[in-house]
Design a protein. Structure first.
Length: 259
């Protein structure tokens, strides 16, 4: 049975969803820890972590019922997308989306026939290991509940924002700030007017096309700024950075006591 996707439902209704990223801590408790902290989703990153589909299946299975597991796949290829969904991901994030054809390819890889070309396999993790009573209904539910995120992180993608956002099935436009500033020729220049203009353009394109704009905020203040711009899906930090930041702060305070 396909579980309802509360993040997708909230975004569809015009609401805001908050979560985080996971790139380092391959532990059975990480999803439940995030959920207990109030995260609604956790993005497990295959692009930069080197994690395999087997790892993703294990992480998704241990995420608990309160968290929506989303996976950033390493490429736009269908064989990067479908196995992750079969392994239990409730959504996928695809990097470097640059035009409508690529957006359509994402939707096709993630949805069942006749709209798409995802291979049929039932009774697996995606369906809670329960064989469906009605295969057609199971496919319809999977197509309806799966969250599809297109990353805008190149100049080419920025130039084709509306055609990407207009594709039925794409739910979210997610700015990849590091890659986008690099593509603009200004790596790491997050206060540059050209990058700030790009942020506004993504938010506007998402709103025009009934989609949500999204961002990875590395601080609370940055998250507040993105919410004020109209971004409705915010990941606050990532496992390794949050752990290191909290540890650094605590140790620094203790060192102050012994000076």
């Amino acid at each position: 049975m396909i579980a309802s996707n509360r993040v997708k439902a909230r975004l569809r209704e015009g609401g805001v969803s908050l979560g985080s990223f996971c790139l380092e801590f391959r532990t059975p408790g990480i999803g439940r820890l995030a959920a207990a902290a109030g995260a609604e989703f956790l993005i497990y990153d295959m692009e930069h972590s080197g994690w395999s589909t087997e790892t993703i299946a294990w992480l998704a299975a241990t995420s608990g019922s309160e968290l929506v597991p989303v996976v950033r796949v390493p490429s736009i290829e269908a064989n990067s997308i479908a196995p992750v969904l079969d392994s239990g991901a409730a959504g996928i994030m695809v990097p470097m989306v640059e035009d409508a054809a690529q957006a359509r390819a994402i939707v096709a890889a993630a949805t069942y026939p006749p709209a798409g070309r995802r291979g049929s396999a039932f009774g697996l993790a995606a369906g809670g290991y329960v064989p469906p009573v009605d295969a057609a209904e199971e496919m319809r539910a999977a197509d309806s509940e799966t969250l599809l995120i297109a990353q805008i992180e190149t100049v080419a993608g920025l130039e084709r924002l509306d055609e990407i956002a207009a594709i039925d099935g794409i739910d979210v436009l997610w700015v990849g700030q590091a890659d986008l500033t690099a593509s603009l020729g200004k790596p790491g220049s997050y206060e540059d007017p050209e990058f700030l203009d790009a942020l506004a353009r993504v938010a506007e394109a998402a709103e025009r096309n009934g989609k949500a704009a999204a961002y990875l905020a590395l601080s609370v203040d940055e998250g507040r700024r993105m919410l004020a711009l109209g971004y409705r899906m915010i990941a606050y930090g990532a496992d390794l950075w949050l752990y290191q930041s909290a540890l650094r702060d605590g140790l620094a305070r203790l060192r102050d006591e012994v000076k």
